[in-house]
Design a protein around this ligand. Structure first.
Ligand code: ZN
Length: 477
């Protein structure tokens, strides 16, 4: 058994491997991994939630080429400065050197804008909201980590929107923040929403709003970002429309993304010393049935009871599996399914058969209850909802105790030992954020969207000016 806290890295790698979620570090290319069938199902169910939230808010799914010609990628100056060191280039087709190098997309602002310059011509088409879920490539030079820092990010959900005014793009940013909040809420992942300092915004954006969560080791992981792009891309790529007053203007754009880190967070924030604990909503197997028998005569009757329980549950729409592996003891099976994070285990033996009952063990609280066979669907339904609620509440509690507000900067070094987020009063100026980072040895995450009430009357610890908001600092991934 591995503790999560201090040895989190080890715990995380072990769970990904033993639960057969993601095979990492064995394929002969650095920084890439393989979604195994069980992991792929978790990913698929998670993406269904993502797609539902986007589709129901007017986003349209598209699929753009993975290759971006160099002359298009370099059109926005800040953008290419931000990504230059990370781009993979295709330079040859067969033996021939290409006239124009092709980038493996690090993100798609330029390619989507290019096609928008052909597709959009009137304000009547706006707002336009596209998204795609694709692989992106970044040549990470920092040490790579499974699902957390990859060279091929396989689950990059990027949305790109176009608007007829600055204000409408501003409104879209808030809509995106709202959509992401809902997605994280569905999955029980706690988050902090911060407006990133100017020096840490997305390359080419006017401003960036980011979602962060705190991992069990106390370090902060960025799990989503939303950018107001202004006209930074539409001007050089010439995305123009006719406005209502018949004048012609460049569109205003936003983009927002989440990645494999979404799934990494599900594993990390809910897991325990026995392995993963999956929310009921996305678990590939919601109920695993383990038959328990001691002789051949029992076996036959119990297996037929097991079958009828499975059929009943499937008829109610649950994802169910019978673990009838002959060579394995029930104890070993329990260990296996606990590692995989299956939310509910049903144990069916002689007692259950005779009483027409089912013994249910929930993964999150390790509690057992006996229910009547006739009530099984209602019981599982309620149990599933309760598990998801409990996972979410616990995860938020664990995160909240790790956020310390109104701390003196001198105390932050002490706090760093416990990890989490330090929040200090701030004058709002970049230079003070940079100095605070240096002084505390932490990274500035930015400030909350609304200035918190507790800063009233306090001053910036760096320059002494009155605080207008707070600054969050943390050790990050
Ligand atoms: Zn200051």
């Amino acid at each position: 058994m591995l503790e999560q806290g201090d040895k989190f890295g080890e715990w995380f790698d072990k769970v990904l491997k033993e639960a057969e979620i993601y095979d990492y570090g064995r394929y002969p290319v650095k920084g890439v991994g393989i979604w195994m069938p069980y992991g792929f199902s978790i990913r698929k169910n998670t993406l269904e939630i993502v797609r539902n939230e986007l589709d129901s808010t007017g986003h349209e799914e598209v699929l753009f080429p993975m290759l971006i010609p160099e002359d298009l990628l370099v059109k926005e100056e800040e953008h290419i400065k931000g990504f230059r060191d990370e781009v993979y280039w295709v330079t040859h087709g067969g033996l021939e050197e290409l006239d124009v190098k092709l980038a493996l997309r690090p993100t798609s602002e330029t390619s989507i804008s290019y096609m928008e310059s052909l597709w959009l011509n009137s304000y009547k088409q706006l707002p336009k909201k596209y998204y795609q879920i694709v692989s992106i490539f970044r040549y990470e030079t920092k040490s790579t980590r499974p699902l957390l820092r990859l060279r091929e990010v396989t689950t990059f959900k990027e949305a790109h929107t176009a608007h007829d005014s600055f204000e409408d793009a501003d409104r879209q940013v808030l809509e995106a923040v709202n959509i992401y909040s809902k997605i994280f809420d569905h999955l029980g992942i706690p988050y902090l929403i911060s407006k990133r300092p100017d020096f840490d915004k997305f390359a080419g954006a006017l401003y960036t709003i980011a979602f962060d969560t705190i991992f069990p080791d106390g370090r902060v992981l960025q799990i989503g970002t939303v950018h107001h792009l202004g006209q930074s891309f539409s001007k050089p790529i010439d995305v123009k429309v006719m406005l209502k007053d018949e004048s012609i203007d460049y569109v205003w754009q936003t983009s927002y993304g989440i990645s494999d880190r979404l799934i990494a967070s599900i594993i990390a924030v809910h897991g325990d010393e026995r392995g993963a604990i999956l929310p009921f909503k996305i678990a590939p197997i919601q109920v695993v049935i383990v038959p328990i028998y001691f002789n051949e005569e029992e076996k036959e009757k119990i297996l037929s009871y097991v079958k009828s329980v499975k059929e009943q549950l499937e008829a109610c729409g649950f994802r169910v599996k019978i673990d009838d592996r002959e060579e394995m003891t029930p104890g070993k099976k329990f260990y296996d399914w606990e590692m995989k994070g299956v939310p509910v285990r049903a144990e069916l033996g002689k007692r259950e058969l005779e009483g027409n009952t089912v013994l249910l063990a929930r993964r999150d609280l390790k509690k057992k209850t006996v229910v009547k066979f006739s009530d099984i669907c209602t019981e599982i339904n309620e149990l599933g909802e309760d598990i998801d609620r409990n996972l979410k509440d616990k995860a938020w509690q664990k995160m909240n105790v790790r956020i310390r507000k109104n701390l003196k900067l001198e105390e932050s070094a002490e706090y760093e030992k416990r990890g989490g987020v330090v929040e200090i009063p701030w004058c709002g100026r970049d230079e003070c954020a940079l100095k605070a980072q240096e002084k505390a040895g932490l990274k500035a995450l930015g400030s909350p969207l609304e200035p918190p009430a507790w800063i009233k009357g306090s001053s910036c610890p760096i320059c002494g000016r009155p605080a207008v908001t707070s600054l969050r600092l943390a050790k990050t991934y």
